[in-house]
Design a protein around this ligand. Sequence first.
Ligand SMILES: Nc1nc2c(ncn2[C@@H]2O[C@H](COP(=O)(O)OP(=O)(O)O)[C@@H](O)[C@H]2O)c(=O)[nH]1
Ligand SMILES: [Mg+2]
Length: 318
Amino acid sequence: MYLHNQVIQGLRDRKRAALARAVTLVEDGSEHAQHILEEAYRLKGRSKIIGITGSPGVGKSTLVDSLIEAIRERGDSVGVIAVDPSSPFTGGAILGDRVRVRSRTTDDGVFFRSLASRGYLGGLSRNTGDVITLFDAFGFDYVLVETVGTGQSEVDIMRYAHSVLVVMAPGLGDDIQAIKAGILEIGDVFCVNKADRPDADRDVAVLEAMLGLNKDWQWRPPVVKTVASQGKGVPELLDKIDEHLGFLKQGNLLEERVSRSYLAALEANLRRQTVEHVLSKSRSDGSLDCALKQLSEGKTYPAALARQLVEKYLCSGV
Ligand SMILES: Nc1nc2c(ncn2[C@@H]2O[C@H](COP(=O)(O)OP(=O)(O)O)[C@@H](O)[C@H]2O)c(=O)[nH]1
Ligand SMILES: [Mg+2]
């Protein structure tokens, strides 16, 4: 039996080892990956996919741990995908998240995977959409995706998630900046974590006031206070997430979110495939060297060259 058939059978039988194998094959861009993904896209559609974002240090990973508790308490299963910032020098992921969740590896209803972001723009590693699909195909009730909370990643995760949870914490000066950067538009549920600290109530009030400026929400995002390190407020937070999912289903808005995630996945793959195609073609016929030489001599500029290469290798069907 081919490896991919084995893995597919394992996914159908809900074998965790098969899921782990599938993620590795997809991450490595193995030839087996496309067969597995083809089947995964057929099997998927059961999971509630929750994106969790916010600045580093606000307590996202701690909150994920508490959410796992709350979800397991209800008898539901959960898969967690943490996209870690890799060091550009070692390629290693930050260890904390893995260590924390290790204590749960004996629980069959929980599966954790950490993905290196590989320096790919946007904080989401380039196969995140496909990895989410594998988790969904496996049939977890919930899939939690924690991103590194920097810049573009908030926007990227929004496109894969059914519900976006934005986490904030008092005493981190950059949160007001995050609000300016458009975080209000992407959050379906807001969480002010570290509510055991002073200023939490003030932050909740500021956030509520800002959300209140928009009078025509279809869904007015709720603000929930939590102390993730003690599990406080976390069941209530899970309730709000479920309410949002219920709202989406009721208004037939879930299809829109799913379609948005397809577009995101398509874009990510198009970007990778076109870049690989143009670079390999131009490298093999010498145009790449020639282009780099022209650039260093100041005869042209990158955007113009990119256009030329795209026209040469994509428009002519070469
Ligand atoms: N006081 C307090 N500390 C917390 C709380 N939640 C998390 N922390 C701490 O905040 C730090 C960063 O948490 P972490 O989950 O790694 O944040 P992340 O970078 O957003 O994933 C850790 O030292 C946590 O123990 C909380 O509710 N209250
Ligand atoms: Mg974290």
